[in-house]
Design a protein around this ligand. Structure first.
Ligand SMILES: Cc1cc2nc3c(=O)[nH]c(=O)nc-3n(C[C@H](O)[C@H](O)[C@H](O)COP(=O)(O)O)c2cc1C
Length: 330
């Protein structure tokens, strides 16, 4: 199957070749990690979700969420909210920042979000979805995309209806995560729902859910006919998944797994970029999870992962990885 996948993705006037995206993940995909994913071959980036209300009413809190650099283009910033007028004002603000496109979050299952009728709760209100599409598209000239799940639960499979509404309103691309909101991240992603949307609309469809290797990427493309693929959890601690998938898409041999030296260098760069973006304290907090993901599965890593979860400085993380180097044959 190698090399059979052109995976050409066109989002409005943006050409993304091949359509290989890093999923938006709150607390994970801020600027540093996006940059590392891009360096490994990812072609399309999204910010973490940003509250439209927060953006319109409380400007300063979003500074690090809004931060991106030229190397990250094309980049979309993702909004969540439920009021069309506020989402439209937030989108105008994002457009003024020069983003390439704006993505709408219609899938977040976190209770704090859904109890305000935001994120995944919107899937219960198809008419409101259309109102949001119209308001946001009317407010900006850049492309607007949406990320959907299957529906609220198995009994309310609203995805097809909302996908059609999205196309009618002028949405430029749809990402489908093949799970219900109620499922959260459990169970298997339902790729049939991606296939169904692909058949139903003529705008590009990005498939998402359980892509954790180049084989899984090939299988999803083959099965659903999607125009792009989006990788979420499998990229945590493993930006190299993008070079593996890119090689498959381009018909090249599978690249080597990263050496321990390469992993250490990336952890170090990630940490430094986070310090630059958020300061020492926030960086230390955020890097605990990242550094533990980076070494997952390496020989002797389980004890080191526990220690990393309490590390308070870059020097400490480097020392823990230094100790592991002996074991992991760095
Ligand atoms: C920690 C975490 C944070 C997430 N944050 C967001 C978010 O901000 N916006 C969004 O649209 N999806 C978010 N998601 C969902 C992912 O974008 C993706 O749809 C989901 O993880 C399924 O893809 P995967 O199986 O490749 O992980 C998040 C997922 C995780 C695990």
């Amino acid at each position: 199957m190698q090399g059979d996948f052109a995976l050409s993705l066109q989002i409005g006037s943006l050409q993304v070749q091949p359509g290989l995206a890093l999923a938006p993940m709150a607390g994970v995909t801020s600027h540093p990690f996006r940059l590392l994913a891009k360096e490994q071959g990812c072609k399309l980036l999204y910010s973490e979700m940003i509250s439209a209300k927060g953006l319109v009413y409380a400007n300063n809190r979003n500074r690090s969420l809004l931060y991106y650099t030229e190397e990250e283009r094309p980049i979309g910033l993702q909004l969540f909210g439920s009021e069309p007028a506020i989402l439209a004002r937030a989108a105008e603000k994002l457009e003024r920042l020069g983003v390439d496109f704006i993505d709408l979050n219609f899938g977040c299952p976190v209770r704090k979000v859904t109890r305000n009728a935001e994120g995944g709760a919107l899937l219960r209100q198809p008419a409101l979805c259309s109102a949001i599409f119209n308001a946001v598209i009317g407010a900006v000239s850049c492309p607007v995309t949406v990320k959907l799940r299957k529906g609220w639960d198995e009994k309310s499979y609203t995805l097809p209806e909302i996908a059609v509404r999205a196309e009618e309103a002028g949405i430029s691309a749809i990402t489908v995560h093949g799970r219900t909101v109620e499922q959260g991240y459990s169970g298997k992603a339902d790729w049939d729902s991606i296939k169904e949307v692909k058949k139903l609309v003529s705008i590009p469809v990005i498939g998402n859910g359980d892509v954790d290797s180049s084989q899984a990427a090939a299988a999803l493309i083959d099965y659903s006919g999607c125009d792009g693929i989006m990788v979420g959890r499998a990229a945590r601690g493993n930006p190299w998944i993008f070079r593996e998938i890119l090689a498959m898409l381009e018909g090249r041999p599978r690249p080597q797994k990263p050496s321990f030296a390469e992993i250490r260098a990336v952890v170090s760069k990630h940490y430094q970029l986070l310090i630059d973006l958020k300061g020492e304290t926030a960086a230390a907090r955020e890097m605990r999870r990242h550094s533990s993901w980076y070494i997952k599965g390496l020989p002797g890593s389980s004890a080191a992962r526990q220690t990393l979860l309490h590390a308070t400085s870059q020097a400490e993380v480097e020392a823990i990885l230094g100790n592991l180097a002996g074991v992991a044959n760095g």
